[in-house]
Design a protein around this ligand. Structure first.
Ligand code: IMP
Length: 200
């Protein structure tokens, strides 16, 4: 029987599923998408930490218990860290994974970055936990890899069909969700969060 409530400050159902799957059964996990009357928090920060903090603190002023917010994205070295905090809206509004991926391939082509070592990238996930409007903890997880020359696979979301993690030859779009759940940026940040929760 769930005894504690964790509210996830994200409306992205892929993230909710990935995060909820990893929480112990003693927690009731809910998403802001299922709670009426909450403010829409704009991601106006310049860093993943700033954006996750805005969301966690903003939502925790309106719901009891712990609020967990994440901000995540892809950092590509040859593009000076872009798309970074703009990962979701890289190709503009309305947001489109297909257009973002197309733009990423075009930008790397224009840089002449054709070899895997010229296309080094990482997914980064920052998690912030807040309660009653104040941050009480934060965690940072990354997975290193490179941007593939072309899309492959149909699993996951976002840049998954283009991201090949180090140590693998297939993209996150082709690798099973079990493998991604073990090695991803979000899984690593989540593992830190879970061990923090266990110590509380
Ligand atoms: P956020 O919702 O502001 O955190 O934006 C995250 C964006 O970064 C997503 O819309 C994706 O484009 C990208 N992203 C973050 N995590 C992943 C992932 O695990 N796979 C693929 N793309 C991701």
């Amino acid at each position: 029987m769930p005894s504690r409530i964790l509210t996830l400050a994200t409306r992205n159902r892929h993230k909710v599923t990935e995060l909820a799957e990893q929480m112990p059964p003693s927690w009731k996990v809910q998403s802001v998408a299922n709670i009426a009357g909450l403010p829409e928090i704009e991601e106006t920060g310049a860093t993943f930490l700033a954006n996750a903090t805005l969301k966690a603190e903003g939502i925790s002023r309106h719901v009891p218990g712990l609020v967990l917010a994440d901000d995540s994205g892809l950092e590509v070295d040859a593009l000076s860290g872009a798309p970074g905090v703009y990962s979701a809206r890289y190709a503009g509004q309305p947001t489109s994974d297909a257009k973002n991926n197309e733009k990423l391939l075009k930008e790397l082509d224009e840089k002449g970055a054709t070899q895997p070592e010229q296309r080094k990238a990482r997914f980064r996930c920052v998690l912030v936990v807040a309660e009653q409007g104040k941050t009480i903890a934060s965690f940072d997880g990354t997975v290193e890899g490179h941007v593939a020359a072309e899309l492959s696979g149909s699993h996951g979301f976002g840049y998954d069909p283009l991201f090949i993690p180090d140590g693998y030859t297939e993209s996150f779009g082709s690798l099973s969700s079990e493998i991604k759940a073990h090695i991803s940026h979000r899984a690593k940040a989540m593992a830190q969060f879970l061990s923090w929760v266990a110590r509380r």
